[in-house]
Design a protein around this ligand. Sequence first.
Ligand code: ANZ
Ligand code: ZN
Length: 775
Amino acid sequence: MLTMNTYEPKDIEQKWQKRWADSGVFQADDSSSKPKYYALIEFPYPSGEGLHVGHLRSYTAMDIVSRKRRMEGFNVLYPIGYDAFGLPAENYALKTGQHPRVTTEKNCANFERQLKAAGFSFDWSRQVNTTDPAYYTWTQWIFLQFLKHGLAYKATVPINWCPKDKIGLANEEVVNGCCERCDTPVEKRNKEQWMLKITAYAEKLLEGLDSVDYIERAKVQQENWIGKSEGAEIEFKIRNQESGIRVFTTRPDTLFGVTYVVLAPEHALVEKLKLQITNGKEVQEYIIQVKNKTDIERTATDKEKTGVELKGIVAINPVNGEEVPVWVADYVLAHYGTGAVMAVPQHDDRDRAFAEKFHLPIIDKPLVSFAEALQKSGGKKQTTYKLRDWVFSRQRYWGEPIPVIHCAKCGTVPVPEDQLPVLLPEVEKYEPTDTGESPLAAIDSWVNTKCPKCDGTAKRETDVMPNWAGSSWYFLRYIDSKNDKAFASMKKLQHWMPVDWYNGGMEHTVLHLLYSRFWNQFLCDIGLVPTSEPYKKRTSHGLIMASDGEKMSKSRGNVVNPDEIIARFGADSVRLYEMFIGPFDQPAPWSTDGLVGTYRFLEKVWKLHEKIGEHGQDSILKATQLLHKTIKKVGDDIEAMRFNTAVSAMMILVNEMSSLETVPQDLYEKLLVILSPFAPHMAEELWEMLRHKELIARASWPKYDEAMTIDNEVVIPVQVNGKLRDTITVSADASKEMIEQAARASEKVQKSIGKKEIIRVVVVPGKLCNFVVKE
Ligand code: ANZ
Ligand code: ZN
């Protein structure tokens, strides 16, 4: 018999965290002969609020997968780091004057403490931090490769401008026409920006989706964002003009139904045809009025249509020579297709709404075949994408400086690679300048530099990168995080890539996934990474909500603090609870009662060790069978991310084992092994109490005997008033209720009973079921 003691998580958790660290058990081996497994979670932004219970959900899930893989004989890489550039630290600096570096360091240290307290099996030796110059050297270096290959360029583009944050926003940072951060209505401004030519990868990003295992929603969102559209480009000549209007259409077959043509208000022809347009003033006024509308406002089908006819301009339908009027209207976007459409009110809802409002003809003409339409119109096949190039400049401080120099003589000159990193200088004020330039622009000593080409006076680029940059390649850096010669060595990349399983938030399945796939594909194309797709498999977890069902937020005061609950219940109970809380991919409300439940369960597991013994009176067949079933179920459930049902299966097993007089050690040990990925500290402690010298983290995942997992079944006769009417097959240990239910479900039995009243039901488990009915 083992010594009795009670379950006290705080006595054991730190002990095991230290043992794990000292033994290096979770360090991945770059040259192991075991098969490799790369498990990835989205590295956190180290906010001042500390770890969120939502982080714990994703990290525990992949921790379970990682721990199971090690037990299955894999060499596992499960790394961690910090995505630490970004606005919150900078906004905090604006308020308090504290350098973002200082708050970032403090926050990272806090996160590290919290993550370690949760017992994750991260390989801490590979930690990365995107704000570390040793890291962003390589972010800058990769940017230079984009530049070298013509995929980074400067362009004057209308950008979304937040007048409050004084920052250019990417489309995705604009929510319902407002700044995602401060909710101020966003304006359009023309500004010179660095762009990354992600559109050059549109097709590849789409095609690559066929070769990966992503949850359906993620795949669909990627496809929609890329928005491939196959159609044709067709030219409508303008009467008495040289220039024509090129339209993009997915329905050339409707060409005979065209009753007018529409240009986007920003279309270059509007300016070019100025002298021919007889209502120029009206047109100009319209254009000014639509300037600040977002694309979503402009194209929403339920919005009232607006537009102005370009009087004096007439377009000619190439298939039949018919003359149609030309309009400008904001439902046509300048940056999609050709910025002009042929309008077919009979077949297109927006065109119809517009035609009805402005009394334009709606005609029903027979469709023609795509081929025929192209032939008659002289058009050509054309594919367009909704995907736009990526605005890569931010006029802020807390980001990676874009490593280029502007020379009056030589133009834009990349900073020579051996002069990287371009370090972020100290500034006195973090505010963007009044002109909307980065605060870096105000530091003359930093801005003024020498041209690397001609040695003449030159100026540094003062824009920094968006906070998507560092996270676009961090999974590569983990593989070789200390390399100072390259972002990662090809040999190590070949060993580890691709990531085998990546779990993260649903909110990141569009942009972060697309951007990081783009960087990886590009680096693969230039021969620097071995696989075109970075992630073999991608899943997502549901949000953890507050107990009131609302999103946890500081302002609502409903945030659950991981420190407090770990101090109260121990990390193992918290981990287990986060897995038990509900289907992994669904949002789930927090309940501290639930946490009490998982704590009690662990107490039961702990107590079980007092029952370990060899010569019990009970038959252990039932418990053994249940153990084998549970090993199978927990294993399968982990793979399918059904963590909640894995936990309940272990609960059922523990109840069964608790009902035994004595528990064979072998059974108990197997229970501990399958429980250990969920509740690793307790499992280690009990394992040690059973006199194991090795960590349970190094144990093997138990095998189950398939025969033991199959229920024994029995055939039971069903009678009505003593007469045999049918037989049913049920499991040997089926309860009375289950047998009666199965018997009632029999069609023959139902027929025999008919409308007669059932007076009594006699069930003898394993033997018989008899319905006594009123004749
Ligand atoms: C005539 C037509 C007839 C159209 C019809 C559709 C249906 P997707 O599938 O999203 O690519 N379009 C083209 N360029 C546009 C722009 N810059 N702004 C707004 N709308 C534009 O949509 C392609 C269709 O959207 C094109 O095909 C065009 O209208 C319109 F029964 O041409 B269609
Ligand atoms: Zn120069």
